[in-house]
Design a protein around this ligand. Structure first.
Ligand SMILES: Cc1cc2nc3c(=O)[nH]c(=O)nc-3n(C[C@H](O)[C@H](O)[C@H](O)COP(=O)(O)OP(=O)(O)OC[C@H]3O[C@@H](n4cnc5c(N)ncnc54)[C@H](O)[C@@H]3O)c2cc1C
Length: 434
C-alpha cells in the first residue's frame, strides 16, 4: 500500500494538516494497513475543523471503501461500507421506496463520518440522530474485527456513535432506512418577520422535516427574521435538476459584510410574503449547498469557522442574546440556520439535546474568533453544548463539561485503543482522551 504525503484540511479550510494518507479499496487491504500501522480514518472531510486531521501522522481515507454489501427491499435494511456517501444511498434506494432515515445538510458525508459524528438532520425532533438507525457496525478495534450493535458490545457501540473515530476504524454498517412514497419533497416556505416569529414557528410546526434560515445580519425590529421550511416526502414529480455550479478559485464574497446584507435581503424576499409551496428533488431539499462545487472557497484563502451550539428549551433568552451579538457584529455569512432538536442521541459523545440549535458561519479573522469565544461561553452558561463536527476553536475543559458522558466515553476509548493510535488533531487540541 502506498502512503502519499499530502496537505489537507477540514471543510472550513482554516486548519490544515500534512501527513501520509492511504486510500485502500478493499477490506483486506485496510486490515493489513491497520495491522502494520494503525491510524485514524476519515471520510470526505466535511467536518469543518480538525476532527478528520492528523498533522504529522498517518490517516486512512475511507472513500474508496464504497461498496453496498447487501440490501433487503422488504425491510429497508442496507449494509454499506463506511466510504459510501449518503447521497449515494439516496440515489440508489429512493426509487425503490427507501431513503436514509437521517441525513445532514451535505450528501457528501460518508456512512463512517455520519456515525462518528452521530449526525442529525432536519427531522431530528421527530426521528432522532443517525446512530438511532444503525443496526450494527463492523469495526477494526485494537487489532481485531468486532461487531457492535445496540445489544452486542453495547458500550463499544455507544462510544463509537459520535465518538469521532476514537474506538477504531469503522469498516461497514447495517442501517435501517425509512420508507418513502416517492423521490421528491413537498416543501412549504414561510417568511418569519422577527425572532419571536422564528421561535413560535419552530415550536408549533408539526412537519417531519423543519429547518429555518435566519438572516444573521438583520438588526432592530427585524432581528431574527428568516424563512421556515417545512417538508414531507412525497410521490409527486419533482422538476429536473439545475446544472451544477462551481466556485473556481478562492474568493472572499462570504467574508464581506456588505455582500452578506445584500444577499440576505434578496434571499428573504425570494419567498412571497404569503409564503409558497413547491415540489423539490430530494437532494435539492436535503443538500442545497452540494450543488455548488467548492462552495467553501467563497470565504477566501484563510477559510472560515462554523459556530454551532444547542441550548436547552428553557435557555431561549440566552440564544436570543447570542443572535443580537451576532447581528450587531456584522460578521456572519448568509449561511445561518436554526433548528428544533428532540432528545434522542445514540452515543456518549453525541451532540443532540432537546432544545434549539443555531449554526452560523464566520470568516476566519480575529474579530470573529473573539465573538465565537463569547458565544461559546454563553452556550456553556446556558447548559448547552458545541458540536465537534463544526468546532475548531473551543477548549477541552469547556467541551468535557458540556458532555456528561465524557468520562465513560474516555474509559471505553482507552480500552478500545490503548496505544492511542486513533488520536487526531481535534482530540489532541481538546485533550479529549485525558
Ligand atoms: C454543507 C454542510 C452541511 C452540514 N450539515 C450538517 C447537519 O445538518 N447536521 C450534522 O449533523 N452535520 C452536518 N454537517 C457536518 C457533517 O455531516 C459531518 O461533519 C460528517 O461527519 C461529515 O462526514 P465525512 O464522511 O466527511 O466525515 P469526516 O469529516 O471525514 O470525519 C468526521 C469524523 O469521523 C471520523 N471517521 C470518518 N470515517 C470514519 C471511519 N470509517 N471509521 C472511524 N472514524 C471515521 C473521522 O476521524 C472524524 O473524526 C455538515 C457539513 C457540511 C459541509
Amino acid at each position: 500500500m502506498l502512503w502519499k504525503t499530502t496537505e489537507y484540511s477540514g471543510w472550513g479550510n482554516a486548519l490544515t494538516a500534512t501527513g501520509d494518507i492511504a486510500r485502500p479499496e478493499r477490506a483486506a487491504t485496510l486490515a493489513r494497513i491497520l495491522d502494520e500501522t494503525p491510524a485514524p480514518a476519515f471520510g470526505n472531510r466535511r467536518s469543518y475543523g480538525d476532527a478528520a486531521l492528523n498533522d504529522g501522522g498517518r490517516a486512512i481515507d475511507m472513500t474508496r471503501l464504497d461498496k453496498i454489501i447487501g440490501f433487503d427491499p422488504d425491510t429497508g435494511v442496507v449494509e454499506a461500507e463506511a466510504g459510501v456517501t449518503l447521497t449515494t444511498l439516496m440515489r440508489l434506494f429512493a426509487h425503490r421506496g427507501w431513503v436514509p432515515a437521517v441525513v445532514p445538510g451535505t450528501g457528501f458525508a460518508t456512512v463512517g463520518g455520519a456515525i462518528a459524528q452521530d449526525v442529525h438532520g432536519k427531522n431530528h425532533h421527530a426521528e432522532g440522530s443517525f446512530g438511532n438507525h444503525v443496526k450494527s457496525i463492523s469495526l477494526f478495534t485494537n487489532g481485531k474485527r468486532v461487531t457492535a450493535s445496540p445489544t452486542r458490545n453495547k458500550a463499544l457501540f455507544r462510544a463509537t456513535m459520535g465518538g469521532v473515530g476514537q474506538t477504531g476504524v469503522i469498516l461497514s454498517a447495517k442501517l435501517q432506512m425509512k420508507p418513502t412514497p416517492g423521490t421528491a419533497m413537498q416543501v412549504t416556505e414561510t417568511r418569519l418577520a422577527d425572532w419571536n416569529d422564528q421561535i413560535d414557528a419552530l415550536t408549533s410546526s408539526t412537519a417531519t422535516y423543519v429547518v429555518s434560515w435566519i438572516d444573521a445580519q438583520a438588526k432592530g425590529d427585524k432581528m431574527g427574521r428568516g424563512i421556515l421550511e417545512e417538508a414531507e416526502l412525497t410521490s409527486a414529480d419533482a422538476p429536473a435538476p439545475d446544472r451544477a455550479k462551481s466556485v473556481p478559485v478562492n474568493m472572499s464574497l462570504f467574508s464581506n459584510g456588505l455582500f452578506a446584507r445584500v444577499f440576505n435581503e434578496g434571499y428573504f424576499r425570494r419567498v412571497p410574503a404569503t409564503g409558497r409551496s413547491s415540489v423539490k428533488r430530494l437532494e435539492e431539499f436535503f443538500f442545497p449547498l452540494d450543488k455548488i462545487r467548492n462552495v467553501n472557497r467563497l470565504y477566501g484563502k484563510k477559510g472560515f469557522h462554523q459556530f454551532q451550539c444547542v441550548v436547552p428549551l428553557d435557555a431561549i433568552d440566552v440564544l436570543e442574546e447570542m443572535m443580537h451579538k451576532v447581528s450587531r457584529s456584522g460578521l456572519a455569512s448568509p449561511l445561518a440556520v436554526l433548528k428544533r432538536m428532540g432528545p434522542d442521541r445514540a452515543g456518549m459523545m453525541s451532540f443532540p439535546m432537546e432544545g434549539y440549535t443555531l449554526a452560523v458561519d464566520f470568516p476566519n479573522r480575529a474579530r470573529a474568533t473573539k465573538l465565537i469565544a463569547e458565544l461559546e461561553r454563553m452556550t456553556a452558561q446556558a447548559g448547552g453544548r458545541l458540536y465537534l463536527a463544526k468546532d475548531s476553536l473551543a477548549h477541552g475543559d469547556a467541551i468535557k463539561a458540556m458532555y456528561p458522558d465524557w468520562s465513560d466515553w474516555a474509559a471505553e476509548v482507552a480500552k478500545a485503543d490503548p496505544d492511542r493510535t486513533m488520536v487526531t488533531d481535534m482530540v489532541r487540541r481538546l485533550k479529549l482522551r485525558g
